[in-house]
Design a protein around this ligand. Sequence first.
Ligand code: HEM
Length: 409
Amino acid sequence: MSGDLAHRTLVRMGQAFAFRPPPLGTFHSISANHHTINLSSYNPQWRLLRHNISTFLATTSSLSSDGIRQSLDMLVKKLNHQAANNSSIVVPSDHIKFALFQLFTYLCFGEMLDTELLKDLRKVQLGMLGLAVKLSVFNLSPKFLMLMFLPRLWKLLSFRKRQEELIVPIVMAHRKSCNENNNNSSHNSYLDSLLALKAKESGRRLTDEEIVNLCSEFINAATETTSTVLEWIMANLVKHQVIQEKLFNGTRQFTKKGDQYVEMENLKHIPYLKAVILEGLRRHPPAHFLLPHTLDNDIILDGCAIPKGAVVNCAVAEIGRDETVWKDPLSFMPERFLNGNDGMHMIVEEKIKMMPFGAGRRACPGEGVAMSVLEYFIANLVTRFHWKRVEGEKIDMTDRQSFQGLLSR
Ligand code: HEM
């Protein structure tokens, strides 16, 4: 789907295309009857959950508190440790993913979880994600082949059990403290906002099973996407030393003597930082496609009939690399997002030029938080270290999960 068709369907006909197809069987078995935001179709349940997450993310003060600094400190410590023991060579991928996992569990639960608990939870979350993807084949196979998939299905269910064992005690502790405070406190965590939520018509509160799913969705949706973009941007900074130097010159003026941090409130004064992030999102969107959309009525679009229930998607990565829209689209050039250049407007003449967060009613509710987290981490990683290629090694920019860098600042 091209940028103008994406605009017509997701923005102009936004309501018609805001539905989701029913999840496949394996997701059904672990989704508490589709009770997550991304799996809910376009209905009152989705509106309630979507309004809740958007309000929480717009008002959370957790990002300006200690949480984000603690995650950065942990990352810096691990990088320093690895560099000291490995001739200044670091493989930052896993450290970056874990630091962001720690940060987003902090936003979710409002407390820094103990490292062992975090590791256990990370293993479960990743295990479930991986198996859900592998088992999607199972949903399309004839039923008699079911036996072949049973071991993986058991594994998925055992991960699910462990996930509940880890998250339910946290939910129960928060529920107790919410009850003691009469639900009056402002929400310090996503979990607290979920505990206070009541369905408008029935007045029903969420069950533990539903809360576990919503917390799991929050942590996965936030961690995997944000950390992937962060890795791509750091890889580009290793490759393009001039861009890294320019960024360093922009950020270092905001570090105080004796204190190496670029603080949250200063990030907005570094336009080049935002330009680097937007270019990272344009060139390497973590989701190459949207989550599947569908319609609940037949419609005619450009003379073509689209039946109710048809699965509709957009080629997010292709839209951001469209050479009829972007000059030299495969090059990494943050300057295009600075004043007067071609990246300044994301929608031109009803054509979407890039949509890493989607568009319209189902667009990602985490965009603002993701941008702030990326700005904070990149500004601080660039002021702390000089990122260089390992001598004699090429920088491999094909899609994969890790890259190597050399630290020396
Ligand atoms: C760089 C980071 C991120 C990127 C690129 C990204 C991208 C996306 C995309 C492409 C979608 C699908 C939109 C569609 O189907 O039309 C989506 C949905 C979603 N994202 Fe993100 N996301 C990011 C970070 C986050 C964060 C930080 C959170 C939460 C804290 C989050 C929560 C969600 C949720 C709940 C949905 C489902 C929305 C719905 O179905 O209504 N995402 N995201």
